[in-house]
Design a protein around this ligand. Structure first.
Ligand code: UD1
Ligand code: UDP
Length: 390
């Protein structure tokens, strides 16, 4: 079987599955990275000491979606021709996920989709991810849904429930292992604390990330203006913003925020220091998918700077709030949490709707128990025809 991923979040969520598959004696497992992200992917590969069998090096500066997708199809097809896997495992909703699933589909190779079934119901948000995940779920044979909610979305769309497995989200596996590593190794904590020596002792710290394509332009500037207002209103609070390497993000962020004393713009952090920052933070402001899943497990309130989310579980639990992309609403929600202790405490109850830390083991066990997937006798006739696309 072949696991394919290409961006930072896919690596964080797929590596524990790859490691669990290596412990399955009956599975011959290979890894292909597309290199859709380069530096940000390599940070994760080296932290977990993963050496891919195939590395396609597909990142170009400020890459457009059409050329990226075209390259993904061409290059992944060659790897599939060489490896001839019985199943391809993909994750989530990126261009890599779409390219890998479509390339596998064209070669009639069954696709297992990890983190299947997430939906906002709005094709423009997140863009293009909502389209990617719907297409990938149309092409898939096996569905690893992280929650009941994502399973229900798939069933509502007519997916045969025998093909859906509710597994939890493997991001929790990686997070818990990393928190444990930090807690057990005080020298690591001391090292982290030294690297963030600019944080004032005992200060409240707000951790920020932002990178969604549908927000580029005016919405992103509104978001930066909200940070400016907050930094001025709360000079005693430290704002830490690891800035995504996408030039469409870096240019406005550095232009608008680089000269404010209590806003610390830093490069994308390796996973270990980033987890340290999440644990150290008072609250998190983000449009990230993965961080919406991690923060509740750490008891950190999250303000989600988007108009929609495919992760409603943390909203329902009260640990996350959708604040949109208007300056005023971001400022109002963050100010409430900084000023009103009761409101803060209500949102900061640790809650973990996304998993128990064993999703990877579960997914690997299911994958290894699938009969040889090509010509699989368990697959109903009608579905084989659909997957084969004949
Ligand atoms: C991609 C995914 C998005 C995911 C995000 C995670 C798509 C369409 N989007 O968005 O779903 O949430 O990753 O971060 O697949 N760059 C670097 N070095 C890196 C990574 C990126 O320089 O290590 C720069 C490059 O100029 C690159 C640009 O960022 O062209 C955009 O990268 P890309 O992967 O196309 O999109 P993201 O916005 O990162
Ligand atoms: N992350 C990281 N370093 C950073 C910012 C984020 O390691 O500087 C991790 C974060 O903990 C989460 C993942 O990257 O696990 C989220 O990635 P991103 O926000 O880029 O993508 P998304 O989840 O929105 O697809």
């Amino acid at each position: 079987m072949l696991t394919i991923f290409g961006t930072r979040p896919e690596a964080i969520k797929m590596i524990p599955i790859v490691q669990a598959l290596q412990n399955c004696p009956d599975v011959v497992s290979q890894v292909c990275v597309t290199g859709q992200h380069r530096e940000m992917l390599d940070q994760v590969l080296s932290l977990f000491d993963v050496k891919p069998d195939h590395d396609l090096q597909l990142m170009h500066k400020a890459q457009g979606l059409a050329p990226l997708t075209a390259l993904l199809l061409l290059e992944i097809d060659q790897v599939l021709a060489q490896v001839q896997p019985d199943v391809v495992l993909v994750h989530g909703d990126t261009a890599t996920t779409l390219g890998a699933s479509l390339a596998a589909f064209y070669r009639k190779i069954p696709v297992g989709h990890v983190e299947a079934g997430l939906r906002t119901g709005d094709l423009s948000s997140p863009w293009p991810e909502e389209m990617n995940r719907r297409v990938v779920d149309t092409l898939s044979t096996w569905y690893f849904a992280p929650t009941e909610e994502s399973c229900c979305n798939l069933r509502r769309e007519g997916v045969d429930s025998a093909r859906i497995f509710i597994t939890g989200n493997s991001v929790v596996d990686t997070l818990l292992l990393t928190v444990d590593k930090l807690q057990r190794q005080p020298h690591l904590q001391a090292k982290m604390s030294d690297s963030f020596a600019f944080l004032r002792s005992g200060s409240r710290m707000i951790l920020i990330t932002g990178h969604r394509r549908e927000s580029f332009g005016e919405k992103f500037e509104n978001f930066c203006r909200a940070l400016l207002v907050l930094a001025k209103r709360y000079p005693e609070v430290d704002f830490v913003y690891p800035v995504h390497l996408n030039p469409n993000v870096r240019e406005p962020v550095y232009a608008l925020l680089s000269r404010v004393a209590n806003i610390h713009l830093v490069d994308p952090q390796e996973y270990l220091p980033f987890v340290y920052l999440m644990v150290r933070s008072y609250l998190i402001i983000t449009d990230s998918g993965g961080i919406q899943e991690e923060a509740p497990a750490l008891g950190k309130p999250v303000l989600v700077t988007r108009d929609t989310t495919e992760r409603p579980e943390a909203l329902a639990a009260g640990t996350a709030r959708l604040v949109g992309t208007e300056t005023e609403s971001i400022v109002a929600s963050a100010s409430e949490l900084l000023d009103d202790e009761a409101a803060y405490l209500k949102m900061s109850q640790a809650h973990n709707p996304y998993g128990d830390g064993h999703a990877s083991r579960r997914i690997a066990a299911i994958v290894s128990s699938l009969p040889s997937l090509r010509g699989c006798t368990q697959v109903p006739e009608a579905t084989v025809a659909t997957v084969a696309g004949t």
